[in-house]
Write a protein that binds this ligand. Structure first.
Ligand code: ADP
Ligand code: MG
Length: 451
C-alpha cells in the first residue's frame, strides 16, 4: 500500500515524499480511506505511530478540493490538549500543505492574543488550537465556528484527563450539527468511549495496538530506594553508565525543578519542562534535549504527553505516577522502533501501592532490584492504603491526594481557561498561502517513529 493508493492528491504526495515517508503507517492505512469518505472516526494507536498525518492528510485533501471563497471561513479545527502539541501538529499541517493553497494557523495560551486575532481575522481554512485560548478568542469574536465541517480531537484521552470536556462541548455547541468528527487517542478508555458517543456519528473504529500495550522490547526495572536518596541514585546511575539522553519523570512541577537543580549541581546538564515554565523555556528545553546539548530532561506527565520527544534508551520514573495509565505513556518514550529500551522506576515504600496498580494494568510483575549502598530503610506505609479506600484507586484522577484538584492542576499546565492573561512575547505563527514560511526554529532532531 502506498500513499498514492490511498487516493491522495499529487501536491500532498509530493509533500509527504519530501518528509521522507515511503509508505503509510498502519494507522494511516486504516484511517485515511474512511476519513476521505467523510466518515466519523474513533482511532487509537500508540504514541509515535503517525496519527497526525493520519488525520491531517485526508483533511487537507478535503479542504483543497473545494473552491475557496475570497474570505476563508474556518472549516477544519484541530483541538489538542497542550501548547507544545498544538505547535507540533501545526508544524505538520504546514509541511503537508506546502504545495496547497490552504491557510493554516495555530493558537494557544501563554502568549499574547493580538497577533492570533489578526491572523484569524484574515481567514484560515484549518486551525490548530488548545481549548482554553480558542474559547477566549471566540468570546472576543475573533473566530467563528459556524462553518466548521471537520472537527479533530487529538490526544482525546489527555484532554479528558485535563478536564477539557466542558470547553470542548462548549466549542462544539457553536458548530453546525452536520460535520465530520475525528477522534484520536493513544488509549481507548471507557471515558473516551463515552465522550465519543456524545460527539461522533456512526463512527468507524480504527485500532492498531492492543489497549494499554507497552512496547515489546522495553525492560522494566524497579529500584527499591528510600525517598530521600532518589536523587543520589539517579546521579549515580547516570554517571556510572554514562547515559547521555534520559527523560525523567516527576509527579510535580516543584519536584521537577528541585531535581533539575540537584542534577545541575552534580555536574549533569539538565532542564525541566512543565506547565509553570514559560512557553519559550519549554520549547528551548525540548530543543536542547533533542539536540543533545542537555543530557537530562525532567518532565511532568502533562508536559511530556504527546510531545515529539525522540525515542530514548532510558526513561526514569523518579516517582511513579499515581495514575497507572501514565506509566504506559511514560515508557512509550523508550524501546520503540524495534530498539531495546529500559524503563527504570525508583520506588520508595510509600509508592508500593502505585507499583501494584501498574503491575495490574500491565499484567506483568516489574523486576525489583536493590542497589548496594542504597538499601531502603524507610518503612512508611504506602500512601494510598493509608489515605483512602482501595476501591477508588487506579481510576483516573479520582483518588486520594491527586483527586479533586487534579483536573484543574492538569489543565493549568496548559493554555486552559484558567490562564487567560497573556504574559509573554507573542509566539504566533500564521501560515501564508503558497508555502511561504516564516522563520521558525522549532524543528530539532528528526522524530523517530515506530514503523
Ligand atoms: P502520534 O501522533 O501517533 O504519536 P506522530 O504523528 O507524531 O505520531 O508521528 C510520529 C513520527 O512519525 C513523526 O516524526 C512523523 O513525521 C513520522 N511519520 C508519520 N507518518 C510516517 C510515515 N508514513 N512514514 C514514516 N514516518 C512517518
Ligand atoms: Mg499525536
Amino acid at each position: 500500500m502506498t500513499f498514492k493508493d490511498l487516493g491522495l492528491s499529487d501536491s500532498i504526495l509530493k509533500a509527504v515524499e519530501e518528509k521522507g515517508y515511503t509508505k503509510p503507517s498502519p494507522i494511516q492505512e486504516k484511517a485515511i480511506p474512511h476519513i476521505l469518505k467523510g466518515k466519523d472516526i474513533l482511532a487509537s494507536a500508540q504514541t509515535g505511530t503517525g496519527k497526525t498525518a493520519g488525520f491531517t492528510l485526508p483533511v487537507l485533501q478535503y479542504l483543497s478540493e473545494t473552491k475557496h471563497p475570497k474570505y476563508r471561513p474556518l472549516r477544519a479545527l484541530v483541538l489538542t490538549p497542550t501548547r507544545e502539541l498544538a505547535a507540533q501538529v501545526y508544524d505538520n499541517v504546514r509541511e503537508y500543505s506546502k504545495y496547497l493553497n490552504i491557510y493554516s494557523a495555530v493558537v494557544f495560551g501563554g502568549v499574547k492574543a493580538t497577533k492570533q486575532i489578526a491572523t484569524l481575522k484574515r481567514g484560515v481554512d484549518i486551525l490548530v488550537a488548545t481549548p482554553g485560548r480558542l474559547l477566549d478568542l471566540h468570546d472576543q469574536k475573533a473566530v467563528s465556528f459556524k462553518r466548521v465541517d471537520v472537527l479533530i480531537l487529538d490526544e482525546a484521552d489527555r484532554m479528558l484527563d485535563m478536564g477539557f470536556v466542558r470547553d470542548i462541548n462548549k466549542i462544539i455547541s457553536f458548530m453546525p450539527a452536520k460535520r465530520q468528527n475525528l477522534l484520536f487517542s493513544a488509549t481507548f478508555s471507557n471515558d473516551i468511549k463515552k465522550l465519543a458517543a456524545g460527539i461522533l456519528r456512526n463512527p468507524v473504529s480504527v485500532e492498531t495496538a492492543p489497549q494499554n500495550s507497552t512496547a515489546k522490547k522495553v525492560t522494566h526495572k524497579v529500584y527499591k530506594v528510600d525517598k530521600k536518596r532518589k536523587t543520589e541514585l539517579a546521579i549515580k546511575l547516570i554517571k556510572d553508565n554514562n547515559w547521555s539522553q534520559v527523560l525523567m519523570f516527576t509527579r510535580t512541577k516543584h519536584g521537577a525543578n528541585k531535581l533539575t537543580q540537584k542534577l545541575i549541581k552534580a555536574g549533569i546538564s539538565a532542564a525541566a519542562i512543565h506547565g509553570n515554565k514559560s512557553q519559550g523555556a519549554r520549547t528551548k528545553a525540548l530543543k536542547n534535549f533533542k539536540e543533545n546539548t542537555i543530557k537530562i530532561l525532567v518532565a511532568t506527565d502533562i508536559a511530556a504527553r504527546g510531545l515529539d520527544i525522540p525515542l530514548l534508551p532510558h526513561v526514569i520514573n523518579y516517582e511513579l505516577p499515581n495514575v497507572p495509565e501514565d506509566y504506559v505513556h511514560r515508557i512509550g518514550r523508550t524501546g520503540r522502533a524495534g530498539a531495546a529500551g529500559e524503563a527504570i522506576s525508583f520506588v520508595c515504600s510509600e509508592e508500593t501501592e502505585y507499583q501494584n496498580e501498574i503491575e495490574k494494568l500491565l499484567q506483568e510483575k516489574l523486576k525489583s532490584t536493590i542497589l548496594e549502598d542504597f538499601e531502603p530503610t524507610d518503612t512508611a506505609p504506602p500512601k494510598r492504603a493509608a489515605t483512602q479506600s482501595k476501591k477508588s484507586f487506579g481510576k483516573k484522577n479520582k483518588g486520594g491526594e491527586n483527586s479533586r484538584d487534579s483536573n484543574k492542576k492538569r489543565a493549568a499546565e496548559t493554555s486552559s481557561t484558567s490562564k487567560r492573561k497573556p504574559k509573554r512575547k507573542p509566539h504566533f505563527k500564521g501560515n501564508k498561502p503558497n508555502g511561504a514560511t516564516s522563520g521558525r526554529g522549532r524543528t530539532g532532531a528528526p522524530k523517530k517513529k515506530r514503523f
